[in-house]
Design a protein around this ligand. Structure first.
Ligand code: NAD
Length: 293
């Protein structure tokens, strides 16, 4: 397939490389020169602007920082430049309503569109092991599947337009709340005289078991591969968790959902990202909890 890949940043470049390695023809574009140079060094042909990249593509994939970037690009010359019926796949993490707006714009311009946000981080993008959560029609999902399989391992069709983004924010809200709960439990345990390993052994084999404990354990020792063992080097950075919770909060407010823990998690991670958590793994929230009381 002829693929235009727009947004060749931390995630986009390795994803584009995996499409190339799978035998697709990839033309890339990024607004930043250094990203274009890195793509060229990786053997990816680059275009001089996004509409040029899209003009001869069967599929246009976007991997941008935010929903504003996606909508601005769609409402600019991108949709107009593409051939009728082009499949637009947006893999950026954006709000559900932004994804639905982008979808409407693409359909109105005579194209097809799915939202396909990812989890798995840069390592997953490099190794082709991302999880994709897809929102869109059955036909468009089926058309995109071989491409998503070249970049990822677990691909789930979550429903109609925007529902890939909905699945992503709901999952990350669970993750944020559970990571905070695990951190609070370890700090409480410390103060009650409980050894970290003992609490881990009990909770990991009992009803407190969760990914935040057994994979991303926030204290060094019990899970040697967790970021706590390397001074909270990400992993999944506090800034990215704060961004995703901001998107969850938009959904909470739009739907009037009584999600008090989700709101609180958003506040906690916004403060963490604005301070010590900017470049640290989100499990480092335990140090803020320990220090604040
Ligand atoms: P990034 O900032 O490294 O890359 C985004 C790229 O898009 C940048 O290089 C930027 O110059 C480019 N860009 C912006 N507007 C553009 C335009 N109009 N045309 C062409 N290029 C444009 O960000 P990232 O870490 O690669 O993340 C991309 C998306 O994936 C975000 O929405 C993020 O939330 C999501 N995400 C990131 C991770 C992660 O671990 N980094 C994990 C899951 C999801």
């Amino acid at each position: 397939m002829n693929i235009a890949f727009l947004g060749l940043g931390h995630m986009g470049l390795p994803m584009a490389k995996n499409l190339l390695a799978a035998g697709h023809s990839v033309i890339g574009y990024d607004v930043v020169d250094a990203a274009l140079e890195a793509a060229q060094a990786a053997g990816i042909t680059t275009a001089k602007n996004a509409p040029d990249a899209a003009a001869s593509a069967d599929v246009v994939i976007t991997m941008f920082p935010s929903g504003r970037h996606v909508i601005d690009a769609y409402e600019g010359e991108l949709l107009a430049a593409a051939r009728p019926g082009t499949l637009f796949i947006d893999s950026s993490t954006i709000a559900v309503d932004e994804a639905q707006t982008a979808h409407e714009r693409a359909i109105a311009a005579g194209h097809r569109n799915i939202d396909a946000p990812v989890s798995g981080g840069v390592v997953g993008a490099e190794n082709g092991t991302l999880a994709f959560m897809v929102g869109g029609s059955d036909d468009d999902f089926a058309a995109a599947l071989p491409l998503l399989e070249a970049m990822g391992k677990r691909i789930v069709h979550c429903g109609g337009p925007g529902l890939g983004q909905a699945a992503k924010v709901c999952n990350n809200m669970i993750l944020a709340v559970s990571q905070i709960a695990v951190a609070e439990a370890f700090v409480l345990g410390e103060r009650l005289g409980l050894d970290h390993q003992v609490l881990f052994d009990v909770a990991s084999g009992a009803s407190g078991q969760c990914w935040a404990l057994t994979t991303n354990c926030p204290v060094p020792g019990p899970v040697p591969s967790s970021p706590a063992n390397r001074d909270y080097e990400p992993g999944f950075a506090g800034t990215l968790m704060a961004k995703d919770l901001g998107l969850a909060l938009q959904g909470i407010e739009q739907t009037g959902t009584d999600a008090r823990l989700g709101r609180l998690a958003q506040e906690i991670y916004a403060a963490y990202a604005a301070g010590e958590g900017a470049g640290r793994d989100f499990s480092g929230i335990i140090t803020s909890i320990r220090d604040s009381g």
